[in-house]
Design a protein around this ligand. Structure first.
Ligand code: HEC
Length: 271
């Protein structure tokens, strides 16, 4: 009985595999040559190396802080990072007074503790970054979690920021109707190739770094990508560290278990 059941279960899995293989093959044959402009010209993010990558990755906090400076001086006029509180910035090396000053530049609508009424007041370190009012074309998404929300994460952000270019002549030849609409900008890393965001990082020296690093476009786009990895998971360092200790502990416990097994059975087996 049990044997029949396990054969059936095995057949079920083999069947499921064969089924998905079949559909993949059909899909592949069907797609053939890319027949839409997105399929033909969309590009995958170029690889980007950050020190937070991998199992043992750790943030380069100096880089993350520079990335915040890029965000603050360039992106903040359109994009919010509402998951981040001002005091979180202590983790990347901002002093208490810097944080206080920065928070106070924001206007926060909050309950007045004396009257219970909603009132505008200057921001405090415990407040989160506020929503941004944007009047232009498109809707700038909140960037706190963007590196988790988009395939490619930081590499995507970096490629997107440095990927603006003219529409290739070949694109217009093959797809004459696919001209970038007015007010949008061609960017092959964006899913539908035309993005409402005007190129935000266009010239070297656009940002003033407090650590004196030369602000090339490449540097700024890499640093801000590193910052957005941090906003999405500020405790990444901790997670890697805890994981490392857990694996170590499990190996230790396994060795210990094996040794005590040998010890307990040594006499019985007559070694
Ligand atoms: C002038 C306003 C403006 C500025 C400045 C700006 N953005 Fe944007 N951004 C937008 C708009 C609008 C969109 C939505 C684009 C769309 O949906 O077509 C967007 C979208 C994005 C996206 C999401 C793309 C996607 O896959 O949906 C990312 C990532 C991004 N911006 C990063 C940045 C970074 C980093 C900076 C600073 C270096 C920045 N932006 C500066 C307006 C801006």
């Amino acid at each position: 009985m049990i044997r029949i059941f396990s054969i059936l279960a095995g057949l079920f899995f083999v069947g499921a595999l064969a089924w998905s293989l079949l559909w993949d093959t059909i899909g592949f044959a069907h797609d053939g040559l890319p027949n839409t402009v997105e399929k033909a010209f969309h590009e995958h993010p170029r690889p980007l190396k950050l020190s937070s990558d991998g199992w043992f990755g750790k943030f380069d906090r100096k880089q993350v802080k520079r990335g915040f400076e890029v965000y603050n001086q360039v992106c903040a006029s359109c994009h919010a990072i509402q998951h981040v509180a001002y005091r979180d910035l202590a983790d990347i090396g901002m002093s208490e007074s810097e944080i206080k000053t920065l928070a106070a530049t924001a206007t926060v609508n909050a309950k007045d503790p004396l009257t219970g009424e909603m009132k505008d007041r200057p921001g405090l370190p415990s407040d989160h970054f506020q929503a941004v009012v944007y009047g232009g074309q498109g809707t700038p998404p909140d960037l706190s979690l963007i590196t988790k929300a988009r395939h490619g994460g930081a590499a995507y952000v970096h490629s997107l920021l440095t990927g603006y270019t003219n529409q290739p002549a070949e694109l217009l030849k093959r797809f004459p109707d696919a001209k970038t609409p007015d007010g949008l900008h061609y960017n092959p890393y964006f899913a539908n190739l035309n993005i409402a965001m005007p190129p935000p990082l266009t010239s070297d020296g656009q940002v003033t770094y407090s650590d004196g690093t030369k602000a090339t476009v490449e540097q700024m786009s890499t640093d801000v990508a590193a910052f957005l990895v941090w906003t999405a998971e500020p405790k990444l360092d901790k997670r890697h560290q805890v994981g490392f200790w857990w694996v170590g502990f499990l190996i230790y416990a396994t060795v210990l278990g094996y040794m005590s097994y040998r010890n307990v059975w040594a006499e019985k087996k007559g070694h």
